[in-house]
Design a protein around this ligand. Structure first.
Ligand code: SAM
Ligand code: SF4
Length: 344
């Protein structure tokens, strides 16, 4: 006697375990801007009077987790939470806690202006954040306030100390250097980092969004100039360390401090680009320096719970990742989006 076993054929979509774009670059790193709002108004990042996205347009924390899960299942191993100021997003700790437990996600990191860190450093570390970047452009209170328009240096310094005391694996400062605003503080900023055994990166200003009352090209201070300034005082030893991103690192001899240079102008890093970005309203940006985006919010709201559809949209989006950005500091900005939306 023979038995006929009825098998229900379920269509199992096969997804790659790795996102690869058409230039054969592996995308393993997602940066999520969880809000475009901020308690500062840094002169290189935003206009003075900003209109922020209506809250209904923001992805909810659950939607953000859902998108993150799709990316991790597609081979993303590193996520950076940024903004705007990410720590201003209501209940954001819940998202950190969910991501901290997400299987397959090897690195959960964040960028913050430090204003909320005094109270948030410990819970963030407990949620699973290993490395934290804190922006610091000046050590002079009045100057700090001018650059951030409203920020208070002492609050940020307390946040930096709290992060150090909490014992993150790595604390790094980020400084945007602008000629005649803070270029004379480069050495003091590195000394500040050395005294605390932490790292520091210098970032060249990128032309994102139209700024009133400022000509970016006149204020441009290249990382090459910064390195020359530093080499008058410190011995910088080139490091082989790479994050797969735009940073080039140097060890400051006889210290625990590394100095990084993020140089979109003087050093084009697009060949090895491994990252994409999610805006607070759920648009996937394939390149920091291009306007093209894919609306993931539309997909997750039209087809709630359909993970496969979301993944397919992400895979298809990779075809649109351009070969390189086209930043040109002497031209008017081609990208009208500000950095707080982009997620720096
Ligand atoms: N609010 C947080 C902060 O300031 O660290 C996170 C978001 S902020 C947009 C992330 C990083 O982008 C900061 O280090 C900031 O200095 C940098 N940034 C903002 N606008 C920039 C621009 N136009 N060019 C280069 N870096 C910029
Ligand atoms: Fe806010 Fe960060 Fe932009 Fe400054 S750089 S305005 S702190 S988002």
């Amino acid at each position: 006697m023979t038995y006929k076993i009825k098998v229900n054929r379920v269509k199992i979509p096969l997804f790659p375990s790795q996102l690869i774009d058409k230039f054969n670059r592996k995308v393993t790193y997602l940066r999520i801007s969880v809000t475009d709002r901020c308690d500062f108004r840094c002169i290189y990042c935003m206009g003075e009077n900003m209109t922020f996205l209506p809250r209904a347009q923001l992805l909810t924390l659950e939607e953000l987790e859902w998108v993150a899960r799709a990316f991790v299942e597609l081979g993303v191993t590193k996520i950076r939470i940024t903004g705007g100021e990410p720590l201003l997003r209501k209940n954001v700790l819940q998202l950190f806690q969910a991501l901290g437990k997400m299987e397959g996600l090897k690195e959960l990191v964040m960028t913050t202006n430090g204003s909320q860190l005094e109270k948030m450093a410990k819970p963030l570390q407990e949620a699973g954040i290993k490395r934290i970047n804190i922006s610091l452009d000046s050590l002079k209170p009045d100057r700090f306030q001018k650059i951030s328009r409203v920020g208070q240096l002492d609050k940020v310094l307390r946040g930096i100390e709290a992060a150090i005391q909490t014992g993150f694996k790595r604390v790094k400062l980020n400084s945007v250097i602008i000629k005649n605003r803070n270029h004379d503080e480069i050495i003091d900023l590195v000394k500040f980092a050395i005294a605390r055994d932490i790292d520091i990166s210098f970032i060249e200003e990128m032309p994102l969004g139209v700024l009133e009352n400022r000509d970016r090209s006149e204020a441009f201070y290249s990382n090459q100039q910064i390195r020359q300034d530093l080499q008058q005082v410190f011995l910088l030893i080139p490091s082989t360390e790479t994050t797969g991103g735009p940073s080039k690192y140097y060890q400051v001899a006889h210290t625990h401090t590394r100095v990084g240079f993020i140089s979109p102008h003087s050093h084009n890093f697009c060949d090895t680009c491994n990252r994409v970005r999610l805006t607070p309203d759920g648009h996937l940006l394939l390149c920091l320096g291009q306007e093209h985006s894919v609306d993931l919010r539309r997909v997750i709201r039209a087809y709630p719970g359909e993970m496969d559809r979301l993944k397919q949209t992400i895979i298809t989006a990779m075809e649109h990742k351009p070969k390189s950005h086209e930043f040109e500091i002497t031209r008017p900005p081609q990208i009208l989006r500000y950095m707080n939306v982009t997620g720096g």
